[in-house]
Design a protein around this ligand. Structure first.
Ligand code: NAD
Length: 476
């Protein structure tokens, strides 16, 4: 049994959750404690009590702790990658890469702990000096989704701790294994008891208490837009600081002058790898008419080479869908797309493999219209649609025509169109001749419109959310 970590103590909870391998449902990854609201309150109280002490540890000790955590994650990347692939279903190389990313993030924020800079100015009034100080926010509630079980927790926990905040971390119900392993590493990094708490349990229980508790000064959340809106209503109503990273419906524009082979790789990589379960996945591929026919034939042909299978088996390109409900939803959208009049050019079928798991073939729709549900709603699986466009301007208009704005891409040989697209597409991240998914760990991450709310995550800019400014006036 894997326990929760509250106030420096490993605690059983009133409930237990089975963590099953979506590649092989006969494989139990482990049993994980489920906390109730009382345990969540205990964690919040412990975090609130100890936070000033952790802040007073100073940047050197905080940097050393984060660096130690990063070093251990990197040293154990193969083992932790296997665990991640077993519970989430992404293929082993992707899982190991995600673990490495988590390790690098801790090391990056170890350095950032030393760069918590303020400003010093002369006052406009004689004899007075002004200091703008950066201070920790207090207790940070961290709520994460299942699709990046270690990287997303890392990019929230590391900056929270680096800048002197304490943490109550609630991972997604589906993937407690990676979260628990990360918590176990953090538990040995010399933080005072209560600085970091792991509280596994239901969103409607643990997440709700975090949202409601007046002792939680800030909540950083990644997940669906509907849960984000709910947090806005509950935590926003009590004026908590909020950072919400939510859904996407990311466009990849392919223009006539694109390198065909490269554009196909960008589309297949961006739309289907990690089983399409990336918030930055390309789910709308907007293709100019001159290259359209050759492009869809080439994508269908490339998809026929993709091997769907057990995430830990060598040679698998795409693992299973993470859970049954998500698989059902993906297949429902395959039906919806056909009923709306789009043509299913490839895949979209449930698959059987030697082990029982949530397998499906990548689905490619063509002749989709921009206002169809499959072109507007986040599906979050290996389902993408091709929307034909008359020219660049038309493609840009379609690209901007959803409520989301996380990532956007363009494949083109034209500097003019690439430059225009970078400036005018409505998204927080834009990719030129690279897939919409796949980002660096040392630069800001986030979107516009319904995809994001609040300051950016990651990079030096993470300081904006995890610290608060105080302006001090001194009569010298
Ligand atoms: P989800 O919204 O169902 O759950 C996310 C987290 O919120 C989980 O930990 C869940 O337990 C918790 N939660 C659920 N109900 C809650 C409540 N009432 N109060 C507080 N917390 C609650 O999302 P998911 O299915 O885990 O993840 C998939 C979604 O995440 C997709 O929409 C995807 O686009 C999004 N996502 C966004 C980004 C980004 O950076 N923009 C990155 C990854 C995933």
């Amino acid at each position: 049994m894997h326990k929760n970590f509250i106030d420096g103590v490993w605690c059983e909870g009133p409930g237990v959750r089975e963590n099953l391998n979506p590649s092989d449902l006969s494989n139990l990854v482990g049993l994980y404690a489920q906390a109730d609201s009382q345990q969540t309150q205990q964690a919040i109280q412990a975090a609130a009590y100890v936070q000033p002490l952790w802040a007073a540890y100073g940047p050197q000790r905080r940097a050393e702790a984060l660096d130690q955590i990063g070093t251990e994650i990197l040293a154990r990347r193969e083992e932790l990658g296997r665990l991640l692939a077993s519970e989430e279903g992404k293929v082993l190389p992707e899982a190991v890469a995600e673990v490495s990313r988590a390790g690098h993030i801790f090391k990056f924020f170890a350095g950032e702990a030393l760069r918590m800079t303020g400003e010093h100015l002369d006052s406009v009034r004689p004899g007075i000096e002004v200091d703008i100080l950066r201070q920790p926010v207090g207790v940070v509630g961290i709520i994460t989704p299942w699709n990046f079980p270690i990287a997303i927790p890392a990019w929230k926990i590391a900056p929270a701790l680096a800048y002197g905040n304490s943490v109550v971390f609630k991972p997604a119900d589906l993937v407690p294994g990676s979260a628990w392993a990360l918590a176990e590493i953090i538990s040995r990094a010399g933080l005072p008891a209560g600085t970091f708490n792991l509280v596994m349990g239901r969103g409607s229980v643990v997440g709700q208490v975090l949202a409601e508790s007046a002792n939680v000064s800030a909540i950083t959340f990644t997940g669906s837009t509907s849960t984000g809106r709910h947090l806005m209503q509950v935590a926003g109503a009590r004026l908590a600081r909020l950072q919400l990273e939510m859904g996407g419906k990311n466009p990849l524009v392919v223009l006539d002058d694109a390198d065909l082979e490269h554009a196909v790789e960008c589309a297949v990589q961006g739309a289907y790898f990690s089983t399409g379960q990336r918030c930055t996945a390309s789910s709308r591929i907007i293709v100019e008419k001159g290259i359209h026919q050759r492009f869809i034939e080439a994508v269908a042909s490339r998809l026929s080479e993709i091997r769907v299978g057990h995430a830990l088996h060598e040679g698998t390109h795409i693992g299973p869908v993470a859970e049954e409900a998500q698989l059902r939803q993906n297949l429902e959208y395959v039906d919806i797309g056909q009923a709306e009049g789009a043509r299913l050019a490839y895949g979209g079928q449930p698959l059987s493999r030697t082990s029982e798991g949530y397998y499906m073939s990548p689905a490619l729709f063509v002749d989709a219209a921009p206002d169809m549900r499959i072109a507007q709603e986040e599906i979050f699986g290996p389902v993408a649609c091709v929307i034909p466009a008359d020219d660049y301007e038309h493609a840009l208009e379609i690209a901007n025509g959803t409520p989301f704005g996380l990532s956007a891409g363009i494949c083109t040989g034209s500097l003019k169109h690439a430059t225009h697209f970078k400036r005018h597409v409505k998204s927080g991240m834009v990719m030129v001749n690279t897939p919409t998914a796949g980002v660096d760990y040392h630069v800001p991450f986030g979107g516009t419109k319904a995809s994001s709310y609040g300051p950016r995550e990651q990079g030096h800019q993470a300081i904006e959310f995890f610290t608060t400014l105080k302006t001090a006036y001194t009569l010298a």
